[in-house]
Design a protein around this ligand. Structure first.
Ligand SMILES: *Cc1c(COP(=O)(O)O)cnc(C)c1O
Length: 221
């Protein structure tokens, strides 16, 4: 199947109200251009350097989402290109993005990354950490927190994956009713990748991030 066919098929299968982020990391500009021609406008990248090369080479109405671990020293390079930074995984990073946004006079939308998966290596805040910093995050002027992003454990155990997704959704619901109550922009629950997006949607996702199912296997260069 071609990139165009994959986009068309996914758009047909995704329920209304669920947004698709086409994860183009490690795929060339030509692949993004093909998806763009098929109507896709939202793309996800995970490396500052790659984003800085691709974004200027592609149409300006693309909405770039940064989805990888972001070091604070790369914030300045990433902010000018992105609509959303989905992977805010520490208070230090949140503050660095806020400062940079204030410095350049632009508000940057961000998602707070929730860590519920079994792997210690994954990044993000535990739900308890998020509840603790949420009031401060909600008051920032440089960033606008528009929701949460998370990943399930890397396992074949469907029950565990579903439990992880439900925990991420529950965290979002509690924040939406708590620190972000009254902020209608706080509305995004980004969870679900190529292999688990259907389950993620069943568990309350309204934004899926899909790479391989659109572009094929990544060539790591
Ligand atoms: C790479 C990546 C994806 C896409 O993964 P696929 O399995 O290729 O769909 C989604 N989310 C994040 C955070 C990623 O790093």
């Amino acid at each position: 199947m071609s990139v165009t066919q994959n986009i068309t098929e996914l758009s047909r299968r995704l329920p209304g109200g669920v947004r698709l982020v086409a994860v183009s990391k490690f795929h060339p500009v030509e692949a993004v251009a093909e998806a763009y021609a098929a109507g896709q406008r939202v793309f996800g990248e995970s490396r500052a350097q790659e984003l800085s090369v691709k974004a200027p080479a592609l149409p300006e109405d693309i909405e770039w989402h940064f989805i990888g671990h972001l070091q604070t020293n790369k914030v300045r390079a990433v902010v000018p290109h992105v609509s959303v930074i989905q992977s805010i995984d520490s208070e230090r990073l949140l503050r660095a993005v806020d400062s940079e946004a204030l410095r350049i006079g632009r508000r940057v939308d961000v998602l707070l990354q929730v860590h519920v998966a079994a792997e210690e290596t994954k990044f993000g805040f535990t739900p308890e950490e998020l509840y603790a910093i949420a009031p401060e995050a909600a008051a920032l002027q440089g960033v606008r927190v528009t929701g949460v992003m998370g990943m399930a454990s890397n396992t074949d155990d469907t029950a565990r994956i579903a439990a992880d997704f439900r925990a991420i959704r529950a965290c979002f619901d509690r924040l939406a009713a708590g620190a972000f109550a009254g902020q209608s922009a706080f509305a995004t629950v980004s969870m679900g990748m190529s292999h688990d997006w259907q389950l993620a949607v069943e568990c309350g996702s309204n934004m899926v991030r899909i790479g391989s199912d659109i572009f094929g296997e990544r060539q790591y260069f």
